[in-house]
Ligand binder design. Structure first.
Ligand code: GAL
Length: 646
């Protein structure tokens, strides 16, 4: 089949593939035997066919001989259960035994293929943390203590940071400290937050170990690993990982739902933010259905291309799929592929080949970077982790959903926005939206204040500014660290029960949360008030001038409709409006990349209907025009206009 595979790859325009991701047991059948013959053949065939190889280090899943000889590499859950072999990725990120065996494999592979002409990149492990980010084993406990020693230096500092005076938790020796295993009640919140930070760092440390070895053997071959910026994958702080690799790669799968393509755009956009606006590599997505959702919906005609090109619009310079050929056996046999069970004589393979041809016409786009949008949305892993912890005012808060709602509202208005992180250069954006920016250390508060003083417009929401980096509440009234900047004070939160809502005086509706706000500065404007509920008559949305900019606060969950209604007022001081013709607003997502070959305006049809997009200048690289020469986007279609670079 392999020769046929290479022939089909050429037909489809495939010029790079990932190889060997879960092949450890094939490459090293026993502790002392190796079998590279088959991989030599595969790489040879690919090279002859002009296909480059992103070669996996194959360490993602330990083989049965290893876990039988060393069951101590297996991860342990918070309740003390072992995750047994039989699926995949059953290894402890902190296991020295696992690391020794894995690095031996990496070294052997790298030595063997270091000069192979097909090798274009190294693919470390696979989706680090996909199934094993939280391990509560004794190895993890040991490594957690080392990490804590490094962070706090002394036990006193740790006791202070964790607030261990509470509930008799004071530690008198490092050995007493454990991961937050199943406890009688809520484990210490700072312990939980630090364990999340530690778990992300432990995987990052493992990534570095493989990377360092690869760089030693092949200093000129770029190293990557595939991130999972998507949906609710929150265990890995990718903003912190990005600088460890030579280029960012991402995997993305659509979770069917009302905002599914907005979520795709959000994730692709955030991947670009993590990558510093530089191009990145879409390592995996699906040609059609996946196999791991309760119901695995096939993609509709046009979605394969539209989804792919939406990633390209947000900076993907490679579009790859899991998987090449759909297997007849194994857990993923019902997962779609580029060559389906039906074979190459199929609509699906024809759509894949058509995409290959389309990507060829977009070659000038490769290498171009994201053109900063006027609006930035801040995504912060610490706030995501901390805001969703237990024993809070509400268990219903969903950090990423709130951010996605703001993003969807901007899409509906046809306004471009960039997902950025707290590590990004925030001054590039005239408006910064920071939904549920819960963790605000003193220096971040200063950065945001300076941002507004220098002319930036900050918009933040409920449950923001409440705690510092140790998850200690900023005292004196909420929103703590941002209280003075916003010119408001909240003495008590007013979370709402599921199903409850309040009306606001601009005819929008709030759910989830309300705040009892007192205005504390003379110049704080009340933009919207509560009309019903416990806070009736009190401020719901406020804005205050700060230096040359402003700082606004939205105290309830407005959802996409409410935010789309409110946003024009919030954006007015910055003069931000849609760049799209009125006919296209809401139906079309605009995204811009810019490089030496031009400014590329991507227009993505978000609807199932044809949408005219008149009045835009530029050479049509991709897309159809009507008799009058104006662009018309077919249902789910994408157009690309090349405009002069300056
Ligand atoms: C990813 C993984 C692939 C495949 C895919 C299925 O998690 O990297 O190996 O399992 O999902 O959607």
């Amino acid at each position: 089949m392999w020769e046929e595979d290479v022939r089909l790859m050429r037909e489809a325009g495939v010029n790079v593939v990932s190889v060997g991701i879960f092949s450890w047991a094939r490459l090293q059948p026993t502790a002392d035997t190796w079998d590279f013959g088959w991989l030599d053949d595969v790489l040879g065939l690919l090279h002859e066919g002009g296909v480059g190889v992103d070669l996996a280090t194959a360490t993602a899943s330990p083989p049965p001989w290893l876990t039988t000889a060393h069951p101590e590499v297996l991860p342990v859950t918070a309740t003390g259960e072992t995750l047994w072999p039989g699926a995949r990725q059953h290894w402890r990120p902190t296991s020295p035994v696992f690391r020794e065996h894995a690095l031996r494999l990496v070294r052997t592979l790298a030595e063997r293929y270091k000069d192979h002409p097909a090798l274009v990149a190294w693919h470390v492990s696979n989706e680090l943390g996909c199934h094993n980010v939280y391990d509560y084993s004794d190895d993890a406990a040991r490594a957690f203590r080392e990490w804590l020693r490094e962070r706090y230096g002394t036990l006193d500092a740790l006791n202070d940071a964790w607030g261990t005076a509470f509930w008799s938790q004071r530690y008198s020796a490092w050995e007493q400290i454990l991961p937050p295993r199943l406890a009688a009640s809520h484990p210490n919140p700072t312990q939980q937050l630090d364990f999340k930070r530690f778990s992300s760092d432990a995987l990052k440390d493992y990534l570095r170990a493989e990377r360092d070895l690869l760089r030693e053997i092949t200093p000129d071959v770029p190293v990557t690993t595939n991130f999972m910026v998507m949906g609710n994958t929150k265990g890995m702080d990718y903003a912190d990982w990005a600088e460890e690799i030579d280029f960012v790669s991402n995997d993305h799968y659509v979770h069917p739902g009302p905002q599914d393509r907005d979520e795709l755009s959000f994730s692709a956009n955030l991947t670009s933010g993590i990558s510093g606006g530089r191009p990145w590599f879409l390592m995996e997505h699906s040609t059609s259905a996946v196999n791991w959702q309760p119901v695995n919906v096939a993609k509709r005609p046009g979605e394969l291309a539209r989804d792919s090109l939406l990633h390209v619009a947000h900076g993907a310079d490679a579009v790859c799929f899991f998987q090449w050929r759909q297997s007849a056996a194994g857990a993923e046999k019902y997962h779609s592929a580029m060559v389906p069970h039906a074979g190459a004589d199929s609509d699906l393979f024809r759509a894949v080949a058509e995409l290959g041809a389309t990507l060829k016409t977009l070659a000038p786009v490769a290498g171009s970077e994201r053109e900063p949008a006027k609006v930035g949305i801040v995504h912060d892993w610490d706030s995501w982790w901390a805001s969703e912890q237990d024993s809070h005012p509400t268990a219903l808060l969903r950090y990423r959903q709130e951010a996605l709602d703001w993003y969807s509202a901007l899409l509906r208005l046809g306004i471009r926005a960039d997902l950025v992180t707290t590590r990004s250069d925030l001054r590039r954006h005239q408006v910064l939206i920071a939904p549920v920016l819960h963790v605000v250390p003193a220096d971040l508060a200063k950065t945001l204040t300076r941002y507004t003083e220098q002319g930036g417009h900050l918009i933040t929401t409920y449950f923001s500014g409440v705690v510092d980096e140790h998850d200690h509440v900023w005292l004196g009234g909420y929103p703590g660290a941002l209280r003075d900047l916003l010119g408001i004070r909240v003495e008590e939160f007013g979370p709402l029960l599921a199903g409850d809502s309040v009306e606001l005086d601009d005819a929008t509706t709030g759910t989830l949360w309300t705040d009892r706000i007192t205005v504390t500065a003379d110049d704080t404007d009340v933009l919207v008030r509560y009309r019903t509920g416990e806070q009736a008559g009190r401020p719901a949305v406020t804005r205050r001038p700060s230096g040359r900019g402003t700082a606004a606060y939205v105290s309830t969950r407005l959802g996409v409709d409410g935010l789309a209604a409110l946003l024009p007022r919030l954006l007015a001081p910055a003069g931000v409006e849609s760049e799209l013709p009125a006919e296209a607003r809401g139906s079309v997502e605009p995204v811009v990349r810019r490089g030496p070959e031009g400014r590329f305006l991507f227009l993505v049809n978000r609807t199932d209907d044809a949408v005219p997009v008149p009045g835009l200048d530029g050479e049509v690289l991709l897309g159809d025009t009507g008799d009058d020469g104006a662009l018309i986007l077919g249902p789910r279609a994408v157009a690309v206009l090349r405009q002069p670079a300056s």
